[in-house]
Design a protein around this ligand. Sequence first.
Ligand code: ZN
Length: 82
Amino acid sequence: MRVVKVPPNHTSARCNICGAIHRGKDVHIWRKQTDSFKCMNCNHSENADANASKNLAIKGIFKIIKSEKEEWFNKFDNLITK
Ligand SMILES: [Zn+2]
């Protein structure tokens, strides 16, 4: 199978430091500026593209994201009160 083009949403939504995966609906919090990422879990902030590339460099990243995202989504849902 050919290499599938990377869907940008989750790799750019994952913190490469602590592994937190952010929800698309919270994008206004973790990506206030289009070019900068800010982790809601550990407060790590970095250029958004740099953060995404570091995630992409991780072997099996899609598997990791797939298996861990629900846990993070729930965590952030509990964290954010509206
Ligand atoms: Zn983080």
